[in-house]
Design a protein around this ligand. Structure first.
Ligand code: FAD
Ligand code: EPU
Length: 345
């Protein structure tokens, strides 16, 4: 084992200055399996990474980071749809651009989401009215101990809001190696969210939706290349109808999103803004001024600065609204993932 520490700065969009004992980029399933099994034999912690856009390094990682570069896009055509089989290490936004260029519509609402295709099913990425589950046909998942791959149908993936089986049963010891997408030839534009409502349904094109989504995102979300961040730091809380009703009575402008099961999703960004926390900072970490749900690395923040800021945000929102925010971002400690709520509570 190499004793030289490797910087993880290029591997996390928070741009935190953590290190790992080893960083290995893998391009094949065989390499991925070998590196993982070797680390297991040496009883070394392993962390699988895509582009590090949904993680927070709390401290240096005392093990091997495996960076997924499993590439390749295969397209098959059926009567009613395009079927894309995509390597887990492909970049998500480049896939969206590729599909649009080739006339396969359905991914345009999910433009500009950072990260790898293989990470997309884990939290069922979503934006502007569409989630991965709407376009996912299957996910190929590798059992790292046995080296066997199995295919899970979209239904088996148990997709929920920022949730899937890959955060539960298929979390430890598994790697997503490919994702199958099904893009229907009969295009149904989704124009329910934000500025998309303003587009003309009679003439709208996938490119217009793509452009509008890119425009909205660029106006609110900080570019990680300029300002370190991991997108929404917290999930939007889902509460029961009674709680939502009482919030509405006290705050008539509170955004509420009724869910199919009768519950109501609240806008965490709105709750945080209402606590006057936009621009609030702890050490080098701050609440983004354009989008309060995003915590940023403003000035050489450490993982501890971000944790302290997240703690403060959670406490203030909790004491004002009795709604307790939970991180969407995954927290990585020295030897592996930690319970994020436990860390900031
Ligand atoms: P990573 O951060 O590298 O990994 C995330 C987790 O998945 C880690 O626990 C890791 O161990 C695990 N993992 C990674 N690869 C694999 C694999 N192949 N097999 C098994 N486990 C694996 N998300 C949304 O849903 N919607 C948005 O609109 C959105 N906007 C964002 C905007 C910005 C500016 C940023 C920085 C992030 C945003 N995100 C959004 C969050 C992020 O883009 C997604 O969560 C993305 O899918 C993470 O991909 P990644 O490759 O960077 O994952
Ligand atoms: N709002 C405020 N103040 C803020 C931020 C938001 O009042 O500082 C209000 C907005 O005005 C709006 C509502 O809150 O009424 C929702 O805001 P927005 O449309 O910006 O979306 P969001 O709920 O903050 C979610 C996702 C994003 C996704 C967008 C667009 C989560 C946790 N976040 O954000 O996903 O891009 O919707 O669909 O569900 C991510 O997961 O990393 C992410 C960026």
């Amino acid at each position: 084992m190499s004793s030289q520490l490797h910087s993880l700065k290029p591997f996390n969009t928070f741009n935190l200055d953590a290190s790992a004992e080893q960083v290995v980029v893998v391009e094949t399933v065989a390499e991925l399996t070998a590196v993982w099994q070797n680390s297991q034999h040496q009883q070394q912690p392993v962390l699988l990474l895509g582009e590090g856009s949904n993680i927070l390094f709390l401290e240096d990682f005392q093990g091997t980071v495996i960076v997924n570069h499993l590439k390749g896009i295969r397209v098959e055509e059926s009567e009613s749809a395009w079927h894309l089989h995509v390597g887990a290490g492909e970049n998500w936004h480049m896939l969206v651009q590729y599909s649009l260029k080739n006339g396969f519509s359905g991914l345009e609402n999910l433009a500009m989401i950072p990260g790898c295709v293989g990470s997309a099913p884990i939290q069922n990425i979503g934006a502007y009215g569409v989630e991965l589950k709407n376009v996912c046909e299957y996910v190929d998942v590798l059992d790292l101990a046995s080296g066997e791959t199995q295919r899970l149908s979209a239904e088996q993936c148990q997709f929920g809001y920022r949730d899937s089986i890959f955060k539960h049963q298929y979390q430890a010891g598994y790697a997503i190696v490919a994702v199958g997408l099904l893009l229907k030839k009969q295009w149904l534009p989704v124009m329910t969210y934000g500025d998309l409502i303003k587009l003309d349904p009679a003439t709208v094109s996938p490119q217009q939706i793509f452009d509008s989504v890119c425009q909205m995102r660029s106006s609110k979300l900080p570019d990680p290349k300029v300002t370190g961040n991991a997108g929404s730091f917290f999930k939007n809380p889902v509460v029961d109808a009674e709680m939502a009703q009482s919030l509405r009575e006290n705050y008539p402008d509170a955004p509420l999103y009724p869910q199919a099961d009768g519950k109501v999703k609240l806008a965490a960004g709105w709750l945080i803004e209402r606590c006057d926390l936009k621009g609030f900072s702890v050490g080098g970490a701050a609440v983004h001024r354009q989008q309060a749900l995003v915590l940023i690395n403003q000035n050489q923040a450490t993982g501890s600065d971000i944790v302290a800021l997240a703690h403060e945000v959670r406490q203030r929102v909790g004491s004002k609204f009795n709604v307790w925010l939970e991180p969407e971002v995954r927290f990585i400690g020295a030897r592996g993932e930690k319970d994020a709520v436990g860390v900031i509570a």
